[in-house]
Design a protein around this ligand. Structure first.
Ligand code: ZN
Length: 235
């Protein structure tokens, strides 16, 4: 029997799934601007209506496609086409709206980088593949959250890899975006500092995790505990 999710109403939008509405709550909690389904596209002859445009009209703008399960090849191909065609980073995020990892601030640079970080791949079917190398030890109990598609020409033909893309809260300016391993890195509000000045004033920018600040924890809690009205009545 074919089943369909019931539309979920939140802030005047009718979301196709409750999961999408939860992510909208999450972003609102962090003052992250978003548009829901602002624009459809035809990609390789197929119609495609991406879920969220996040931080629209800013340097941080990106597409966010929400999936309840590990994405299919077809879904990943569309996301790649969207990134290439629109010039914006595109994430296909399938992890639950919950904190993706424990506190990791104790890791040293060596522990954080571990082995060859380019070698791991994780899929729903296989779990961790050991070819050609294992990921750093700290990642072994964690699950990747998303695929990211880069709009650059070099990314056009690369095999997509799932990765540890985590929402990150900047300690300096509160900007919340998705970054690899939740690394805050260099804050744009401090871009007037040279690398040396930055490190002298704020310490080394990597590794510095921003994935479980009080604001982010509160946003995950708000997302998972939100209750919605059904939106299917057409009212
Ligand atoms: Zn910042």
């Amino acid at each position: 029997m074919a089943i369909q999710p019931i539309e979920t109403r939140y802030r005047g939008h009718r979301f196709r799934s409750r999961l999408e509405a939860r992510w909208a709550v999450f972003m609102d909690h962090l003052d992250i601007p978003w548009d829901y389904e602002p624009q459809g596209y035809v990609i390789d002859g197929q119609p495609y209506l991406p879920d969220f445009l996040v931080w629209p009209n800013t340097d941080n703008a990106f597409w966010l496609e929400i999936k309840g399960t590990f994405p299919t090849k077809d879904e990943l191909a569309k996301a790649r086409g969207l990134a290439q065609g629109s010039g914006l980073d595109t994430y296909v995020y399938w992890a639950k709206p919950e904190v993706p990892a424990p506190a990791l601030s104790h890791l040293t640079d060596d522990e954080y980088c571990g082995f060859d970080r380019g070698g791991y791949v994780w899929t729903d079917e296989d779990g961790w593949r050991e070819y050609p190398t294992l990921p750093p030890t700290w990642q072994l109990d964690l699950r990747p959250t998303a695929f990211r598609f880069d709009p650059g020409p070099k990314a056009a033909d690369k095999e997509p890899k799932s990765g540890f893309w985590w929402w990150t809260d900047c300690h300096h300016c509160g900007r919340a975006i998705i970054k690899l391993d939740g690394q805050v890195g260099f804050c744009p509000s401090l871009s007037h500092l040279s690398g040396e000045q930055y490190t002298a004033a704020h310490g080394s920018p990597y590794p510095r995790f921003g994935h479980r600040t009080p604001r982010l924890l509160a946003a995950y809690e708000a997302a998972t505990s939100a209750r919605f009205e059904h939106g299917q009545s057409g009212a």
